[in-house]
Design a protein around this ligand. Structure first.
Ligand code: HOZ
Length: 425
């Protein structure tokens, strides 16, 4: 028995499912979770001493790779001055100024502790601002685990095949309307049916929780137009895409300005951080400036701010950071496409920037229904092969591959060799 297996046996006795977040379980791929002991650069090392090239990156935050010395130094320095004050700090002001200086649509920002909290708070601000209750979300988009958002959600909910969670009172989702990703007509129909009632449309500008699903030309522009015409707010959930697709996220990459944005992951440099921000008039609804209540003991925590700021400054100040990241990512994803072509496997590889996903289906994948055509058993076989080869992928068909800047071209080549071995030998 490996140490990971022994730990898992202990874990399931005391932690539901043996994990603290469902996506960490390897159930859908028929494996035992690898328990991670440490990580550095492009690698994870498990408790059995096995090293893996990491394509999860803690589900997004580790865009620089693990244990970046400047991020660690900033955290160590902050920790020595105290772990939490529950009071205003200079670091919070610096963080807010940093985000606003990078993301043009963000005039004000409030720090929270996770992406879930960021979304919950942004939705509340949108409802408070518009005086309306209804929210439009898209099937397969995942916006964290708050009650109102657990309707046809992606990520672990999709992997588990339970589109609506138990324990969510129907009253909590009564005002959540679901549209079809990449289908503007489905959004227009909801607006026609609920005229004057929709507070906001929330969307992942590039879907990264039903695998990777890219917005078709005109989709995001259409959402912007529909929201503006109807006095509704457009919320971009950039928990995954923020600071990843470009320094100013998907909104910079696609050139669309939302009213509100939610952040998480990269913004915390590996610490538990989220944020929501956007138009000043909407953000000033948040207490104590306005009547929308939202709070948090650890929000803006000094160690977390230090980690996030150190990481964001590296992204901002490293010349050609995104060009290099995208070049490496293209080397991987285009290399995978060539192998699939050579092997005559008509599978779909969706990718944008440093996010990608191989779907085991012949059908083009552009929404929840087409993502679900993927053969998850075929994915599980591929996953197990890659794991044996020392390549750590997300243990679900419906998650993204995250490329970090720490991966070298040689390591990407090593990954392609493992892919080649699976499809061509
Ligand atoms: N958005 C992450 C994966 N799709 C969530 C990570 C988690 O649920 O633990």
């Amino acid at each position: 028995m490996t140490k990971s297996e022994m730990l898992f046996e202990r874990a399931v006795k005391r932690i539901p499912g043996g994990v603290n977040s469902p996506v960490r379980a390897f159930g859908s791929v028929g494996e035992t979770p690898r328990f991670i002991a440490s990580a550095e650069g492009s690698h994870l090392t498990d408790v059995d001493g096995r090293r893996y090239l990491d394509y999860v990156g803690s589900w997004g935050p580790m865009i620089l790779g693990h244990s970046h010395p400047e991020v660690l130094k900033a955290v160590e320095h902050a920790c020595r001055k105290g772990l939490s004050f529950g009071a205003a700090t200079e670091a919070e002001v610096e963080m807010a100024e940093l985000i606003c200086s990078i993301v043009p649509s963000v005039e004000m920002v409030r720090m929270v502790n996770s992406g879930t909290e960021a979304v919950m708070s942004a939705v509340r601000a949108a409802r408070g601002f518009t005086g309306r209750d209804k929210i439009v979300k898209f099937a397969g988009c995942y916006h964290g685990h708050s009650d109102a958002m657990l309707v046809k959600a992606g990520s672990g909910v999709m992997t588990a095949g339970v589109p609506d969670s138990a324990g969510v009172p129907s009253g909590c989702t009564r005002d959540t309307l679901t549209a079809v990703y990449n289908d503007l007509k489905s959004v227009e129909d909801l607006f026609a049916a609920c005229e004057g009632e929709i507070a906001a449309v929330i969307v992942e500008p590039a879907g990264a929780n039903m695998g990777v699903v890219l917005p078709k030309d005109g989709f995001l522009e259409g959402l912007r137009r529909i929201c503006t015409e109807n006095g509704s707010l457009l919320i971009f959930d950039e928990v995954i895409t923020g600071f990843r697709l470009s320094l100013s996220g998907a909104q910079g990459y696609y050139g669309i300005e939302p009213d509100l944005t939610t952040f998480g992951k990269i913004i915390g440099g590996g610490m538990p951080v989220g944020a929501y921000g956007g138009r000043r008039d909407v953000m000033e609804m948040a207490a104590p400036a306005g009547p929308v209540y939202q709070a948090g003991t650890l929000s803006g925590n000094p160690a977390a701010m230090a980690a996030g700021m150190a990481q964001i400054r590296i992204l901002r100040d490293t010349p050609d950071f995104y060009e290099e990241l995208h070049r490496k990512s293209n080397q991987l994803f285009e290399g995978m496409k060539e192998i699939l072509k050579e092997a005559d496997c008509p599978y779909q590889l969706n990718h944008v920037g440093s996010l990608g996903c191989l779907f085991f289906t012949k059908e083009p994948v552009y929404d929840y229904a087409s993502a679900k055509t993927s053969d998850t058993k075929a994915f599980a076989r591929y996953f197990s092969h890659m794991l044996k080869e020392g390549i750590y992928l997300a243990p679900s068909q419906f998650e993204a591959m995250f490329v970090s800047r720490a991966l070298t071209e040689e390591e990407i080549q090593e990954t392609l060799t493992a892919v080649r071995k699976y499809f061509l030998s």
